[in-house]
Design a protein around this ligand. Structure first.
Ligand code: URA
Length: 210
C-alpha cells in the first residue's frame, strides 16, 4: 500500500455504513452489518498480500496455481470495539493468528490507558492488521501501534470503520509507515472525543451496553 489512507467507497460498504449510523438500527442488526462490512474492508486491506504459486493437479492437468505466501497474518483487536470487526475477518482468513490490545480511554484526558496485551509470536515476520472501528483522537490507536512495534511488528496496517481527520493526522504523525483503511472520513470530533456525525459509541451499539 502506498497511500497512507484508503477510503473504501464501494457502494455496499457505504450503504451498510448508513444503516449502522442510523440510531434506529437495533443492536442485532448493527452487529450483523459490522460483520459484513468487516469482510469488505478486509478484502481491501489484504489486497496486496504477497503471493507465490504451488503445483497442484486440476482434474485436467497440473498447474502452478496462486497461493498466499509468507507467515500467517496477525489480526489484532483493540478492545473492546475491535472485537466487532474480528469475527467477520476471521471467517475470511480463518488461519490468521489473533491478538488483543486492551486500552481504555480516560474520559477526562482522552488519553489511552493499557490494561491488556497478548499478541501472536514472531510478529516481525507477519503482516499485522490492527482493527478498531473508530479512529477518533488517534491516541489509543497510536498507542496500540506503539505496543505492536515494541513487540516486534514492522509491517502493520490499521483497519477502521470511521475515521476523524484528527485521528488520521495523529496516526500519520506518529506512524507514517502504517497505512489506514477506512469506510468513511467524517467531519470532526466533538468536545467529548466522539466522531461527528459518526455513529455514537461503537462498543455500546454492538454490545447493547447502553
Ligand atoms: N469511540 C466511539 O465508539 N465512538 C466515537 O465516536 C469515538 C470513539
Amino acid at each position: 500500500m502506498t497511500e497512507h489512507v484508503t477510503h473504501v467507497t464501494h457502494p455496499l460498504v457505504q450503504h451498510k455504513l448508513t444503516l449502522m449510523r442510523d440510531q434506529k438500527t437495533s443492536t442485532a442488526v448493527f452487529r450483523q452489518l459490522l460483520r459484513e462490512i468487516s469482510q469488505l474492508l478486509a478484502y481491501e486491506v489484504t489486497r496486496q498480500l504477497p503471493m507465490t504459486t504451488k503445483r497442484i493437479d486440476t482434474p485436467l492437468e497440473p498447474m502452478d496455481a496462486p497461493t498466499l505466501d509468507g507467515k500467517k497474518l496477525a489480526l489484532v483487536s483493540i478492545l473492546r470495539a475491535g472485537n466487532g470487526l474480528l469475527d467477520g475477518i476471521l471467517e475470511l482468513i480463518p488461519s490468521a493468528r489473533v491478538g488483543f490490545v486492551g486500552l481504555y480511554r480516560d474520559e477526562e484526558t482522552l488519553k489511552p490507558v493499557q490494561y491488556y496485551f497478548k499478541v501472536p509470536t514472531e510478529l516481525k515476520d507477519r503482516l499485522v492488521i490492527a482493527v478498531d472501528p473508530m479512529l477518533a483522537t488517534g491516541n489509543s490507536s497510536a498507542a496500540a501501534v506503539d505496543l505492536l512495534k515494541q513487540a516486534g511488528a514492522t509491517n502493520i496496517r490499521f483497519l477502521c470503520l470511521l475515521a476523524a481527520p484528527e485521528g488520521i493526522a495523529r496516526m500519520k504523525e506518529a506512524h507514517p509507515d502504517v497505512p489506514i483503511v477506512t469506510a468513511a472520513i467524517d467531519s470532526h470530533l466533538n468536545e467529548k472525543g466522539y466522531i461527528v456525525p459518526g455513529l455514537g459509541d461503537a462498543g455500546d451499539r454492538m454490545f447493547g451496553t447502553k
